[in-house]
Design a protein around this ligand. Structure first.
Ligand SMILES: Nc1ncnc2c1ncn2[C@@H]1O[C@H](COP(=O)(O)OP(=O)(O)OP(=O)(O)O)[C@@H](O)[C@H]1O
Ligand SMILES: [Mg+2]
Length: 339
């Protein structure tokens, strides 16, 4: 579970590609539409983005192709230079950091995984995973020892001496994941890491990723254009459109209270009862306690069968079993029907 400590804060960040970008960005640019920018010969790829990524959470950025996701995530590590705004990492202003300091931060504190695996074709699995450690100047025995651990972590033990071309897409992406973890980053960026994989492998990789995260507890920014993937993985989701974040919240927030028709369109196909938590539908305790109970953080779908024995109301309980509210059959049915 994520703590509330912000690891990464992004305030008023703009990235305008094209001539005159810098003069267009800034507070007054908030009034510029994409059309204004286009007319000036510029593309507002990231427009006034404000987000906070908390320590230990999986923060998913979602949006259609061209909405600015990759540009934003590259701005966060300054692989792309933002046109304006502030980016604070552990409280340090990255836009004021020297290039040398940024290289240091990227090498030691940030990890990146991209959609196209970007492995070095002439190096073995072991050498690919050990590569970032070699760059750090770690001596061979130590870096290979750590690389072997990472290879084991992603389930590729035994394939250390294979070359990338000898691996399936899913296996290549595991190598990419192992490589990005080798340097033990605090902040882990993944840009559509599973999009090139077929659906079954993709699901397997998502499970694997959640298993890894339950052990490693990294702070993660994960990009996808797939809402199903987003709700499986995310603590919170930010939805991007035309360079702007149109809404950020828990999967539940987005499904229950979509801020715009665009967000509603993304969330429409999701079975609400699997996303919405009992806690979202609770009313306060009123002195009488129903005999049957359900965890407040369980999805509504799990509450439904308990009503089948004729109960009209259940007690919602916290992790310690203490009642924290009441949930009515009608509220559950409403969510299930609208799903
Ligand atoms: N170097 C560049 N120069 C000019 N425009 C760019 C550049 N890089 C990206 N863009 C534009 O910025 C916008 C956002 O692109 P970006 O790659 O961030 O989108 P995305 O959401 O990652 O899309 P996808 O899901 O296809 O990866 C697009 O309109 C794109 O054409
Ligand atoms: Mg992209």
């Amino acid at each position: 579970m994520a703590s509330s400590e912000p690891k990464l804060v992004c305030r008023g960040v703009w990235k305008i590609f094209g001539a005159g970008g810098r003069s267009l960005a800034g507070p007054s640019a908030a009034r510029l539409t994409s059309a204004d920018l286009r007319a000036a010969g510029a593309v507002g790829a990231v427009r006034d983005v404000n987000i906070e990524v908390r320590e230990g959470e999986i923060f998913v950025i979602m949006g259609l192709s061209g909405s600015g996701k990759s540009t934003l995530v590259r701005c966060l590590s300054r692989l792309i230079e933002p046109t304006s705004g502030d980016i604070l990492f552990n409280g340090e202003n990255l836009l004021a950091a020297s290039e040398a300091r940024m290289i240091e931060i990227r090498r030691h504190q940030m990890g990146m995984v991209f959609q196209h695996f970007a492995l070095l074709p002439h190096l073995t699995v072991l050498a690919n995973v050990a590569f970032p450690l070699e760059i750090q100047g770690i001596e061979r025995a130590a870096r290979e020892e750590r690389a072997r651990r990472m290879i084991d972590l992603v389930g590729l033990s035994g394939r250390e001496n294979a070359f990338p071309r000898e691996l399936s897409g899913g296996q290549q992406q595991r190598v990419g994941i192992a490589r990005s973890l080798a340097a033990e980053p605090e902040l882990w960026f993944l840009d559509e890491p599973f999009s090139a994989l077929d659906p079954l492998i993709r699901r397997e990789m998502q499970d694997e990723f959640l298993r890894l995260q339950s052990v490693l507890k990294k702070t993660i920014v994960f990009i996808t254009h797939d809402f199903d993937e987003a709700i499986r993985l995310a603590d919170r989701i930010a939805i991007m459109k035309d360079g702007e974040i149109v809404q950020a919240g828990t999967p539940e927030d987005l499904v229950l209270n979509p801020a715009t028709p665009y967000v509603a369109e993304f969330t429409r196909s999701v079975a609400r009862a699997k996303v919405v938590k009992v806690a979202a539908l609770m009313r306060p305790l009123n002195g009488t306690l129903p005999p049957a109970s359900i965890r407040a953080n369980a999805p509504v779908a799990e509450a439904a069968p308990l009503f089948s024995r004729g109960a009209e109301t259940l007690a919602a309980v916290d992790g310690a079993g203490t009642p924290v509210g009441l949930i009515d059959r009608a509220a559950v049915v409403d969510v299930m029907m609208r799903g």
